[in-house]
Design a protein around this ligand. Structure first.
Ligand code: AMP
Length: 171
């Protein structure tokens, strides 16, 4: 099944100059969604992952089913002010602007093996901030599983200390 055919390019969204990779046709396809989660989980099936962390909000749509697929718990990483309990936070740069991410300080036990999952890696700033949050809490970050990597933006440079499994790359 060719998942790339189900990814829709939206030019100039959310700002002029950005070609937004819209994954809603993948999520909306029974076969496509199942294939995405199956292929994304493949390299981690023999790794004892105890938690999958996902980044708000599109990241949740991929990370939560990945947690179930890998028999792991789910950790939400969210925008400021959304998580109700005590949080740690980290600022990061976006392809279009800058923002902050938060995590519950009791989201994991020290030494837990955590897989970070997101929909898209662009500049890598978001994922790098999430890795920092997880490591600051004592996580052993096993890797990053991402559906789409915009390789031409060189996001891997910001993430050279963690293995990345991307399904589809755009040069
Ligand atoms: P970055 O921090 O630059 O790697 O940006 C990654 C985050 O922004 C991901 O969580 C994506 O959801 C979103 N994002 C950035 N650029 C795009 C794009 N061209 N298409 C879709 N999502 C994007």
């Amino acid at each position: 099944m060719d998942l790339k055919q189900l990814i829709r390019d939206i030019p100039d969204f959310p700002v002029p100059g950005v070609v937004f990779k819209d994954i809603t046709p993948v999520l909306g396809s029974t076969e496509g969604f199942a294939e995405l989660i199956r292929v994304l989980a493949e390299p981690f099936r023999d790794t004892p992952i105890t938690k999958v962390a996902g980044i708000e909000a599109r990241g949740f749509t991929v990370a939560a089913p990945m947690a179930l697929e890998l028999n792991a718990g789910f950790i939400p990483i969210r925008k400021p002010g959304k998580l109700p309990h005590e949080t740690a936070s980290e600022e990061y740069e976006l392809e279009y602007g800058s923002d902050k991410l938060e995590i519950h300080t009791d989201a994991l036990e020290k030494g837990e093996k955590v897989l970070l999952v997101d929909d898209v890696i662009a500049t890598g700033g978001t994922a790098a901030a999430a890795v920092t949050l997880l490591r600051d809490l004592g996580a052993d970050v096993a890797g990053i599983a991402v559906f789409i990597e915009l390789t031409f933006l060189g996001g891997r440079k910001a993430l050279d200390n963690v293995p990345i499994h991307a399904i589809i790359g755009y040069d």
